[in-house]
Write a protein that binds this ligand. Structure first.
Ligand code: CU
Length: 511
């Protein structure tokens, strides 16, 4: 019996129920055994949003409704982004997801450990008009997670049109720190988009652009162009999240302030870290404190993305040194360009300071020796051949799993990603493993000196729990993955969404 059938029996109703035949029965007769603390309805649907003043832009978006749970569990994002979910560790969550898009989709909960059937694998997509019943417990630490679609070959365009939302998980360890909160805690979703003359979204121009990954000409923060924050002379907690399809940010403050980083993808660090700049690849998150208490009124500070050398694909038959960069529509904001992300204006006086705790959390790190394969990492190559990206020397097949892609559920394993892209096709790939978080054990730089590495190295936050790690051209990165205790099919893939859609994605199986 396949797992899906098992799940269906357990629930007493099919996972994907045609809307017409449901008549609300799923909600009226919740399955026994699972008593949710939080119950949500989530719908993906076409919509319109005012991104530019006075103009409606067509989008696809998530709409949410809180059926049961604490007030504040669901927060409108104020933009085309989906509602923000605020959950607590240990919450039992039920989500009745409804697809009202003109194509199939499914929801993935990025960074959270889930049973396989709750994880949004592409084989579980539902057609327009159908529902999918999610039931899961929040097992993860306090942290900044997110949700987005995960259909095969269509994740890039669906996320691009607006289908993404944030999840903040809280726990007692975090609450005890009394970090800046309320209007002093600011989520910042970084995305790049391209608009036509009517301010409608434009996506890829073709396969060449897909190989490089989509790069938009306009930076949006929380769905807004030219974002400004009007702040007081206090300390703020910024929850940064790169929601772009393929843009890598090298973030820095225009006045030279270092970043005080307190958390990564999988929650709080052990201790705060100082970084001169911060590298944020697609899907990565960073939790930072910015202390404006020493600033004078009227000060304006920019959060910028700094220039860095981004090796790019060379055109077949094109002259040496001619990058793919110029191939995109319009162009102007290539990977590695410098630009402003947002502006901070200090406008109010505030008394009472925030004291940074010396110790933030007990991350519960594992040691390499705890891995089943401590001395024999599983090796996965990231490679390019004949206009196609590969992972583990293969492309995605819906149910396919190779011998080196099978692990014992609940085990700790060393995985090694080798970015083997060669001279003509050197790109950095943000590698994401579903099912939970990992630690970065080791980065081995490319044999030859690499300009990109020199420009990026101080901006990685490898000291915390991660679910996505940027692997530079020629670099080898070893991670210590703590697999969930749930058996079944999960994914690992490049989080450049155009690479993922192209098949730079593979299954792994937990047994
Ligand atoms: Cu990639």
């Amino acid at each position: 019996m396949d797992q899906r059938a098992t799940r269906r029996d357990f629930l007493g109703l099919p996972l994907a129920v045609p809307l017409a035949g449901l008549a609300g029965r799923a909600l009226a007769q919740p399955p026994a055994g699972f008593v949710p603390d939080v119950e949500l309805e989530l719908t993906a649907q076409p919509a319109e949003h005012e991104i530019f003043r006075g103009v409606q832009t067509g989008t696809w978006c998530y709409r949410g409704k809180l059926v049961k749970g604490r007030a504040g569990t669901l927060e409108d994002s104020g933009s085309y982004l989906g509602p923000t979910m605020r959950l607590r560790r240990g919450d039992k969550v039920r989500v009745v997801f409804r697809n009202e898009l003109p194509e199939s989709t499914i929801v993935h909960w990025h960074g959270l450990a889930m049973p396989a059937l709750m994880d949004g694998h592409p084989r579980l997509v539902i057609p327009k008009g159908a529902r999918y019943l999610y039931e899961f417990e929040v097992l993860d630490r306090a942290g900044h997670y997110w949700y987005h679609p995960h259909p095969d070959e269509r994740t890039g365009p669906q996320v691009y049109r607006g289908l993404a939302g944030q999840i903040f998980v809280q726990d007692d360890e975090e609450s005890a720190l009394r970090l800046p909160s309320g209007d002093h805690e600011i989520p910042l979703v970084l995305q790049d988009r391209t608009f036509d003359g009517d301010k409608q979204l434009l996506y890829l121009a073709g396969r060449m652009e897909a190989m490089r990954g989509f790069l938009g000409e306009q930076i949006l923060v929380n769905g807004t162009p030219e974002k400004e924050l009007h702040l007081a002379t206090g300390a703020y907690r910024l929850r940064l999240f790169n929601g772009s399809n393929s843009r890598i940010y090298k973030l820095a403050w225009s006045n030279g302030m270092p970043f005080t980083v307190i958390g990564t993808d999988g929650g709080l660090l052990e201790r705060p870290l100082r970084k001169p700049y911060l590298v944020l690849a697609p899907a990565e998150r960073a939790d930072v404190i910015v202390d404006l208490s020493g600033q004078t009124m009227g000060t304006s500070i920019e959060l910028r993305s700094l220039r860095y050398p981004a090796p790019q694909m060379m055109m077949m038959g094109g002259g040496m040194g001619r990058g793919m960069g110029g191939m995109g529509r319009g162009g102007g904001l290539e990977q590695g360009s410098e630009f402003r992300v947002l502006r901070v204006r200090v406008e109010r006086k505030e008394t009472g300071g925030f004291r940074m705790p010396a110790r933030l959390s007990q991350p519960g790190f594992r040691r390499r020796q705890e891995a089943e394969n401590a001395e024999e990492p599983r090796v996965y190559s990231l490679s390019f051949m004949r206009m196609q990206w590969y992972l583990n020397d293969r492309t995605f097949e819906m149910e396919e799993v190779e011998a080196n892609e099978t692990f014992r559920a609940g085990s700790v394993q060393v995985l090694e990603f080798r970015n083997a892209s060669r001279a003509m096709m050197r790109m950095a790939h943000p590698m994401h493993v579903h099912g939970g978080q990992f630690q970065v054990l080791r980065r081995t730089p490319a044999a030859e000196a690499d300009e990109m590495a020199a420009a990026m190295n101080e901006g990685f936050t490898d000291e915390g729990w991660k679910d996505t790690v940027l692997v530079l051209p020629g670099e080898t990165v070893q991670v210590l993955m703590k697999f969930p205790r749930f058996p079944g099919l999960f994914l690992y893939h490049c989080h450049i969404l155009e690479h993922e859609d192209m098949g730079m994605m593979r299954n792994y199986r937990l047994t």
